[in-house]
Design a protein around this ligand. Structure first.
Ligand SMILES: [Zn+2]
Length: 235
């Protein structure tokens, strides 16, 4: 599921997987739309999502209320980029395309030699300042999965060997196998969910069921202390 749309259903993020072989997909309110939004502000046939080998684009089909990409009404096919916000009437969806998603890792620490998962001021492992770390000591890593919230909210990309941490309402990425004492993380880097519990483990739901451990697949929904996150993968 390298390409998907995420929209908010009463505040809950929902994933719509996009079939890369579909060619063109009609988005609208009409029941014959491939992607249907039952909202009066959406035109019967509002937009056409074209899936192409060299990239995807969006065509407007609504005369009265043009579809928008990142708030700009479109009057000709708009080429889409990972993270674009598409708006149809009052419905906004986020376009996610993980096929080319890679992340620049944080710098290698001159003191302990380890590579930090994300750009940061101090080394996650030893606390040494990274301010003077060379910009060449960064690598581009293909991501393993993305943890996203409703459209417009920040997401994080997690590379192999890293884990997702959800702390104080923030999505964070940390090196795997080094959960910090007294806190907790959700480890998912190997396609498996594990709750690394700290002093006060949170309530963790996987697809609305209580879970501490289990396999994860694209589109799964994690709920951590009522904070809802969906997972997207490259497959
Ligand atoms: Zn270090």
């Amino acid at each position: 599921m390298s390409t998907s749309l995420i929209w908010a259903d009463s505040g809950v993020p929902r994933v719509i997987p996009i079939d890369r072989g579909a060619g063109a997909i009609i988005i609208g309110r009409s029941p014959d739309s491939v992607i249907q939004f039952a909202d009066d502000s959406v035109s019967r046939h509002h937009a056409l999502l074209r899936i192409g080998a060299n990239g995807d684009s969006l065509d407007n089909l609504s005369k009265s209320n043009p579809a928008r990409v990142n708030e700009r009404p479109i009057d000709q096919p708009a080429r889409l980029s990972d993270g674009d916000l598409l708006t149809f009437g009052k419905v906004t969806v986020a376009y996610h395309n993980l096929s080319q998603a890679a992340r620049i890792s944080g710098p290698r620490c001159a003191h302990c030699g380890r590579e930090n998962a994300t750009p940061r001021k101090d080394c996650w492992f030893c606390g040494t300042s990274l301010v003077n770390a060379g910009s060449a000591d960064r690598t581009r890593v293909p991501i393993a999965f993305r943890a996203a919230r409703v459209p417009g909210k920040p997401w994080v990309d997690v590379a192999p060997g890293e884990m997702l941490a959800i702390r104080d309402g923030n999505l964070l990425v940390e090196p795997e196998a080094m959960p910090k004492a007294g806190s907790w993380t959700v480890s998912t880097g190997d396609g498996h969910l594990r709750l690394n519990a700290g002093d006060e483990p949170p309530e963790l739901l996987l697809n609305e069921e209580m879970a501490r451990e289990g396999p994860i697949t694209a589109g799964d929904q994690l709920t951590v202390d009522a904070d809802r996150v969906v997972l997207l993968t490259r497959e």
